[in-house]
Design a protein around this ligand. Structure first.
Ligand code: NAD
Length: 297
């Protein structure tokens, strides 16, 4: 059990606190806003806990970090606010405490420069709702020690998460992909599609496939030569943002057109290619079956 302090108890901080507490850690949440603190207390009281002593404590005083093993900052995504807050965290938290930011887009090194011993600083980027979504992107800065990365990966894995180390670049991996999709969804609405139709189309087309396999394995199953041809049409219709990536052009030129060639982004044997398609179909069927059951249809 470690003592973790979550600084900022909004959408993400409250979820991270629940996830860590559910894993058996002592959790304190530091939240300056009185209404937000009341919301946290209500939310925690309504939550189902395995035992009452797991319920995170809620307070306004950053001094709670003085006894922390791990501090996770989940304050608003404003660089200046975060820098000021990190300077304060750096003076209060023990120099041995691991300091993590939940930033979606800001530079880890910039925050690490605000505290003593930047080797213990990294980003842990959780997803909403943090107590349900398994992935946590772990982004070390330039100075982060590998022992700190390893320790955080172990804490997250033991909490039932799927931590993945990513590079310290704006948006890491998930938000670059997610925000590209959100941008196109909104452009479709701007150009005349109804918001409800856009959501329904995504929900009942490629979203269940993405719940089954990642976009790259899905592309291998779809055929990379076909994808390249589609990119070409999209680029001519919608402009440079649909330029096919060099990786796709090269793979197709090498004949690595996906599972049908036993080689695409990934390598396959005829057996593993068949197994992947069956896995996709099975998972899609179970995801859609669960939704149909929930809807009673
Ligand atoms: N919302 C998401 O889906 C999501 C997903 C992943 C990461 N993030 C990141 O997580 C962080 C928090 O986002 P959020 O969506 O929870 O925001 P939020 O606005 O819901 O919560 C932020 C909380 O921080 C509090 N706060 C303000 N100033 C503070 C300070 N000086 N010290 C401590 N707390 C302070 C606010 O009162 C608020 O309750 C951001 O960096 C954001 O980019 C958000």
């Amino acid at each position: 059990m470690i003592h973790s302090v979550v600084v900022g108890g909004g959408i993400m901080g409250s979820g991270i606190a629940i996830a860590l507490a559910r894993a058996g850690h002592a959790v304190s949440v530091v939240e300056p806003n009185e209404c937000a603190r009341a919301r946290l207390n209500t939310g925690f009281a309504e939550h189902r806990w395995p035992s009452p002593e797991l319920v995170p404590s809620v307070g306004a005083d950053l001094q709670a970090s003085a006894a922390a093993d791990l501090v996770i900052e989940a304050a608003p995504e404003h660089a200046e606010l975060k820098r000021a807050l990190w300077r304060r965290i750096g003076t209060v938290a023990p120099e041995t405490a691991i300091l993590a930011t939940n930033t979606s887009s800001l530079d880890v090194d910039d925050l690490a420069a605000c505290v003593p011993n930047p080797a213990r600083v990294l980003a842990t980027h959780w997803f909403n709702p943090a107590y349900e979504i398994p992935c946590v992107e772990v982004a070390p800065g330039h100075l982060t020690s590998s022992a700190v990365v390893q320790h955080v990966m172990e804490i997250l894995a033991a909490a039932g998460k799927r931590p993945v180390v990513v590079g310290n670049t704006a948006g890491f991996v998930a938000n670059r992909i997610q925000f590209a999709a959100i941008r196109e969804a909104m452009l479709c609405v701007q150009e005349g599609a109804s918001p409800a139709d856009v959501d329904e189309i995504v929900r009942s087309s490629f979203a269940p496939r993405l719940a089954a396999l990642g976009p790259l394995a899905n592309a291998d199953l779809g055929g990379l030569d076909t994808y390249l041809a589609i990119f070409d049409v999209l680029r001519r219709a919608h402009g440079a943002r649909f330029e096919a990536p060099a990786m796709l052009v090269d793979l197709v030129a090498e004949g690595r057109v996906g599972t049908k060639a036993n080689a695409g982004v990934f390598d396959y044997t005829p057996q593993s290619a068949r197994a992947l398609a069956m896995l996709r179909d099975d998972r899609i069927s179970r995801v859609l079956g669960a939704i149909r059951n929930e809807q009673g249809t």
